[in-house]
Write a protein that binds this ligand. Structure first.
Ligand code: CUA
Length: 152
């Protein structure tokens, strides 16, 4: 028996398997972040909450959307971009807590007064994506929507 001299054979196998598993998970995480471009929504601390919504074209196919949520709309809307565009969404609220979810994308944020939240999305197909408020925000909540319009 070699257990007297060190790690037993079975434990070595389990240790090896768990190292391989951890390595595989890290590789998948890197693949999701780098190749698939999936990122976690973040709260931005270096951007001051803004009062006016606007869509800024920073380069061909690159946009910054400064979105203001308020009872009961999103400004600007529609957010018009061309196919293949990458949009950085900065979202804040002018009054109370709202939701900001873009149909058909990974974007799902909270719109909070005094805070700016951030997410990025790429729009590869022409069409309309609805922006949905998914936080109950009183009487007009069910009507609160916006659009991202992707042109060909
Ligand atoms: Cu805004 Cu619900």
């Amino acid at each position: 028996m070699d257990s007297a001299r060190g790690i037993p054979g079975v434990e070595k196998k389990v240790l090896g398997a768990s190292l391989i598993f951890a390595g595989a998970m890290l590789a998948l995480l890197a693949y999701a972040a780098i190749r698939l471009g999936i990122s976690v929504p973040t709260c931005v601390t270096n951007v001051k909450p803004f009062q006016d919504g606007e869509l800024i074209r920073v380069a061909p196919g690159r946009y910054e959307a400064h979105v203001v949520a308020k009872k009961w709309s999103f400004i600007p809307s529609p957010i018009k971009v061309e196919k293949g565009s990458v949009v950085d969404f900065y979202v804040t609220s002018k009054d109370i807590v709202h939701g900001f979810m873009i149909d058909g994308t990974e974007v799902n944020l909270m719109a909070l007064p005094g805070v700016v939240n951030y997410a990025q999305a790429r729009f590869d197909k022409p069409g309309k994506h609805q922006i949905i408020c998914h936080e109950y925000c009183s009487t007009g909540h069910h009507d609160m929507a916006g659009f991202v319009e992707v042109t060909p």
